[in-house]
Design a binder for this molecule. Structure first.
Ligand code: NAD
Length: 366
């Protein structure tokens, strides 16, 4: 079972892409009255309803939006499966300007489209869709999660994401150094936003030597003052003599221009889609003996949090217990990668697919 170079899929056929990437369904939503144009991607519902956030973005063309929703929803399937959740993978994208188009009617119309899928797709916040937007969506559908605590939800998932990332980093450090202690390890955290900042807190408590980089001078000043982290140059840090690189800002920072510059032994961060090309760059890291903790595995704390909220009877302690399992799963992935001589990304996808196959058979009764 090989993972494919999905980046190279550029056929003009939507059905071609769906079958190539294994999607079940894609839903185009249009409303002339409000100007809503959205695409909901449902990748795989073998394990449960397809859960994934809604992102609003000014895509340059429709194909770009479709490609984004297909990639993101597929990623959600693997994230849920490897995290032991009874959830499938989905995602929605809304095409347009988030600053000017998000009226109450626009968001409620989107909620109606989500509702029309009768729970097959469950939505949540994502880029440019905030809690207050979700409150409107929730007026039209119960298939929403990630609501604030004041509305009975689980609140901000970022601390849980950061904790899972920290736990995954420890598992990766154990593989690379024979101990999961991060004391005195030089860790560069790229992006000290919601997740990165909490990660810095965990690292500081563990007495790691923390270095930070961000495009926001304010955040750098705030985090360095609070935790004594040292600020490093936004591009120059790739050449630093560091032990661990934690990408917590953007995707695709592991690419042709950066990987060859890295001197670290471990990469473990929260950003989604860190490998620009999951096949080629995953392999390159393996060949360089860099332990890469797959992003979709170690940043799953947020999904675990919203999944628990959707199940009902939300319990934060239970969420943290489930998030702690990332350590064992990450160790299993890293061991499989060594045993089979495959990239850690490929090993993680194999494990996720195995669970979908096995549980899928149980559900079908054989
Ligand atoms: P955020 O927007 O709060 O923080 C991102 C930080 O990165 C900001 O401080 C921003 O200024 C900085 N940044 C942007 N471009 C940069 C660059 N070129 N170099 C350095 N810093 C840069 O986002 P977040 O919620 O902390 O999420 C961080 C990453 O983790 C994202 O990729 C997100 O998709 C992923 N993620 C987040 C969660 C969650 O629970 N919030 C869950 C899973 C994955």
């Amino acid at each position: 079972m090989e993972i494919k170079e999905i980046e190279k899929i550029d056929k003009p056929s939507v059905f071609g892409d769906l079958s190539e990437m294994g999607h079940e369904q894609i839903v185009f939503c249009n409303d002339n009255a409000t100007g809503l144009k959205a695409v909901i991607g449902i990748h795989d519902t073998t394990l449960g309803p397809a859960l994934g956030g809604t992102r609003m973005w000014q895509y340059t063309n429709e194909q770009e939006a479709i490609t984004d929703v297909l990639r993101l929803s597929r990623g959600m399937t693997f994230k849920a499966a490897i995290s032991g959740l009874n959830l499938g993978g989905g995602k929605a994208v809304i095409i347009g300007d988030a600053d000017t188009m998000k009226t109450e009617a626009f968001l409620r119309r989107f909620g109606k489209f989500v509702n029309s899928l009768s729970g097959k797709y469950v939505t949540a916040e994502d880029v440019n869709i905030k809690t207050r937007d979700m409150e409107y969506v929730a007026m039209e559908t119960a298939h929403v999660t990630g609501l604030p605590e004041s509305m009975g939800g689980g609140g901000d998932p970022s601390p849980v994401t950061a904790y899972g990332t920290f736990i995954g980093m420890k598992a990766a450090a154990h593989k690379a150094y024979g101990s999961d202690s991060l004391e005195k390890k030089k860790v560069v955290v790229q992006g000290v936003g919601q997740v990165g900042m909490y990660l810095v807190e965990h690292l500081s408590k563990e007495n790691a030597e923390v270095y930070i980089t961000d495009i926001s001078e304010d955040k750098l000043a705030q985090v360095s003052k609070k935790y004594g982290a040292k600020v490093v140059n936004m591009d120059g840090f790739y050449d630093l003599d560091m032990d661990i690189y934690a990408p917590c800002a953007l995707g695709a920072t592991l690419n042709d221009a950066t990987i060859s510059r890295l001197k670290c032994k471990v990469i473990a961060g929260a950003a989604n889609n860190q490998l620009e090309n999951e096949v080629r760059h995953g392999r390159q890291l393996k060949d360089m003996d860099i332990v890469y903790a797959p992003d979709f595995l170690i940043n799953a704390g947020g999904l675990i949090n919203v999944g628990a909220e959707y199940e009902g009877g939300y319990n934060r302690e239970r969420v943290y217990q489930m998030t702690e399992k990332i350590y064992d799963t990450c160790s299993a992935v890293l061991d499989m990668s060594d045993k089979e001589n495959i990239s850690t990304q490929e090993a993680a996808i194999r494990l996720a697919k195995q669970r979908i196959d096995q549980v899928g058979r149980v559900k079908l009764g054989f």
